[in-house]
Write a protein that binds this ligand. Structure first.
Ligand SMILES: [Zn+2]
Length: 507
């Protein structure tokens, strides 16, 4: 059989496996948006069975044989071509997955499905003790998984690699430490000075959920999320998922006393969704039709949420529309007032609602704690105290309870360990990309004032979305921006904002 026939067989097999994966994604979407609590037990059985089927297909020995033949064929000559990147990434995935025993995969799938339900209840009841045994088992199995798939001396490396392929813990640690050193002086400026703007206008009890949804749909449509190929629903924890090449779902949650929470959450998830919708449909299920890494995915959500959505130009266009949707709110406010108000820096308890600066410290806290838990340097029983101590040390606040502390995120309950640092990488990548886009296209602020986002979107489609996973994230960033990872555009952007919001007003 020649290489082209082998490649055809391999990709047909992989696309079929992706079909099972997308069915699983639909079940997960349903679990978080629609499923009654009583459905949890049978759903975890379904998740277990599907995970087993997917794992068996992913570790089918024929894949090893096909790849062995293909790796020495002409198709693999250029590792960044469609065929070359497919062979490269499938080999990486196959080598990793085949080291994980089937019963571990099934056990984890069931545990993570149940874990989310246990977490939801524990969070609601502010009862960490009821979640602790499940969390302990989750980390125990994650340790087993990391040991089985070990790619270096560092256990955390193999989990991080699932989300940011090729990244090393030591490099990420260094990048985040440099970022933190750049952020600390900005937080001090915010602490010592009064902010401009009117933040209470964003927290008045006058934002009906239905109006929030209508306004969010207008904004997310205009920036480029395609509702013909997607939808917006409500969930306990906001997320974005793709069920197929033309079916992308985003979710949010509404707080009627807080305008920012759902609105910026929707821009964020729409950013993820636009990335998914911009991938090449004909490559669906294969690496070139798949997102590059979660750091790059997050760069897209953060770019639209913060670099676009919190810009002055954005509010020049959208404030009059917001005033129509929420009569009596934002009265007397100008676009500059709005810009100041949505860019306040305030150490807070909840990560997803944190400002652009302190958000990164929330991530660093989780990154440090999950490494300690994985390496057994910290016990699950001691986690709440360790969590509170880090909040006190890094953000100078202490959570009053576990609900707003260690129980706030869904990730660990769903087995997502090694995932958190990609959020901070995403912030760094977003600023690098935005800076390059502005220098290549000209400053986009003028376009934002006119409600025009298509130039920026097209640039992202050509440079990021259409490339899928042809390149790993470091190579992709180098190709687009000239640097592998560089926190200076993010620090420059945040310094500019801090000065705008916190410099004393001259009279
Ligand atoms: Zn995100």
């Amino acid at each position: 059989m020649d290489a082209n026939d082998t490649y055809e067989q391999l990709t047909r097999h992989v696309r079929k496996t992706k079909m099972l994966g997308s069915i699983n994604a639909l079940l997960e979407w349903d679990q978080q948006t629609m499923m009654p609590q009583t459905g949890a037990n049978y759903r975890s059985e379904q998740a277990k069975w599907l995970a087993g089927e997917i794992h068996q297909r992913e570790t089918d020995p024929r894949i090893g044989e096909w790849l062995q033949l293909l790796q020495t064929s002409e198709l693999a000559t250029d590792p960044s071509s469609d065929a070359g990147s497919t062979i490269r990434e499938l080999f990486h995935q196959y080598e990793k997955k085949r080291k994980i025993p089937l019963d571990l995969v099934q056990h984890q799938a069931m545990l993570h499905s149940r874990g989310q339900q246990v977490w939801i209840k524990a969070r609601k009841e502010n009862d960490y003790a009821s979640f602790a045994p499940t969390l302990k088992e989750i980390f125990h199995l994650k340790r087993e998984e990391a040991q089985a798939t070990s790619i270096s001396d560092c256990l955390y490396d193999s989990l991080l690699d699932d989300y940011e392929p090729g990244a090393k813990t030591a490099d990420v640690r260094q990048a985040l430490e440099q970022l933190r050193d750049g952020l600390v002086p900005l937080i001090a400026v915010a602490k010592e000075n009064q902010p401009r703007g009117n933040a209470t206008a964003l927290e008045s009890p006058r934002f009906p959920a239905s109006q929030q949804k209508a306004f969010a749909k207008i904004a997310t449509s205009l920036i480029g999320f395609d509702y013909e190929r997607g939808r917006l629903d409500t969930a306990a924890h906001p997320f974005c998922t793709e069920i197929g090449p033309d079916d992308c779902r985003i979710t949010t949650r509404y707080d009627e006393q807080n305008f920012s929470s759902a609105f910026f959450g929707c821009l964020h998830e729409a950013g993820h969704g636009m990335y998914e919708q911009g991938l090449r449909a004909e490559m669906y299920g294969l690496p070139p039709g798949r997102y590059c890494s979660l750091g790059i995915h997050e760069s897209q959500s953060r770019l639209w949420e913060n670099l676009v959505g919190r810009s002055k130009g954005f509010w020049t266009y959208f404030l009059p529309i917001a005033k129509q949707h929420f009569p009596g709110c934002f009265e007397g406010m100008s676009d500059v007032d709005m810009y100041w108000s949505v860019n306040r820096i305030r150490p807070s308890l909840i990560r997803v609602e944190a400002d652009e600066i302190t958000y990164n410290l929330h991530i660093i806290i989780r990154f440090e704690l999950e490494q300690a838990l994985l390496q057994d340097e910290l016990s699950v029983a001691d986690l709440p105290a360790a969590w509170n101590k880090k909040y006190s040390d890094y953000l100078d606040i202490t959570p009053p309870n576990d609900r707003d502390g260690v129980l706030q995120d869904i990730h660990w309950s769903a087995g997502l360990v090694g995932y958190f640092p990609t959020y901070a990488l995403g912030n760094i990548f977003a600023s690098m990309l935005f800076q390059t886009a502005n220098s290549e296209l000209g400053c986009q602020e003028g376009n934002f004032e006119k409600g025009r986002y298509s130039d920026l979107l097209k640039w992202l489609q050509n440079n990021v979305y259409q490339r899928g996973n042809q390149l790993r994230s470091d190579k992709l960033m180098k190709k687009i921006t000239g640097s592998v990872i560089d926190h200076s555009p993010l620090i420059k952007h945040l310094t500019h904002k801090t000065q705008a919001v916190y410099s004393p007003i001259e009279s």
